[in-house]
Design a protein around this ligand. Structure first.
Ligand code: PRP
Length: 214
């Protein structure tokens, strides 16, 4: 990979489309490959950029290690991963929130060490420690809503966007934890060595974010 180009780590999946749209609105001429491709590295030399398409949870890892200069990562991922990167701008896209959910029949205080399933073990552990409640955390990689239904855990900690997944699986939200949006993150060394390029990108994105949230 060329280090001359500014390398941007993008999260594949849900956030991707919104992030691409935001970049296009910010004036980046992204090729059609962005809309329909399995490629993991896409070069856009005319913009002096290349994009790497990573799993959302891995974006801060690529940026921390400097193989990507900048990236787009959810606040959920930032809290969970605690990577050594700068969080420079709230892009205010992919807005959702983190919540505790359970079956409607759930009642607190039945178990000594109640089980909570989540894709976010650290965030979950920190949250319940702050609440002064001891729980056993069961780490899953997706389809978290399955856990209470099949009896793997009493409660889950997960992202709620439209609420459809909870509803369709007969779960109810019992605590709202924190709002989540996507962030623009920067590798600290790149912020010095590629300052002009990165500042320009932050400026362009800020204009779009401010315009859309005015
Ligand atoms: C996320 C999240 C919830 C769902 C919430 O899962 O973990 O399951 O979306 O969205 P909703 O409130 O609009 O229904 P995702 O689809 O990303 O896949 P996963 O279950 O594999 O994590």
């Amino acid at each position: 990979m060329s280090s001359e180009l500014l390398t941007v780590a993008m999260p594949k999946g849900r956030i991707f489309e919104e992030a691409v749209e935001l970049l296009r609105e910010a004036g980046y001429d992204l090729p059609p490959e962005f809309d329909d491709s399995r490629k993991l590295i896409i070069e856009v030399p005319q913009s002096g950029m290349q994009f790497i398409l990573a799993k959302p949870m891995d974006v801060p890892t690529y940026v921390e290690h400097g193989v990507a200069d900048v990236g787009v990562a959810g606040k959920d991922v930032m809290i969970e991963e605690e990577r050594d990167v700068y969080e420079v701008l709230d892009l205010k896209i992919s807005s959702c929130y983190m919540a505790v959910a359970a079956l409607p029949t759930y009642s607190p205080g039945r178990d000594v060490a109640p089980k909570v399933a989540s894709k976010y073990p650290k965030l979950t552990s920190d949250y319940f420690r702050e609440q002064g409640e001891q729980v056993e955390i069961i780490k899953l990689n997706g389809s978290i809503e399955l856990a209470p239904i099949v009896g793997l855990a009493d409660r889950i900690v997960d992202i709620v966007s439209t609420g459809q997944t909870l509803r369709e699986n007969g779960l109810v939200e019992i605590e709202t934890m924190m709002p989540i949006t996507s962030r623009f993150i920067v590798n600290p060394v790149s912020y010095r060595t590629k300052a002009a390029q990165i500042d320009d990108m932050v400026d362009r994105l800020s204009v779009v974010v401010n315009k859309e949230n005015a």
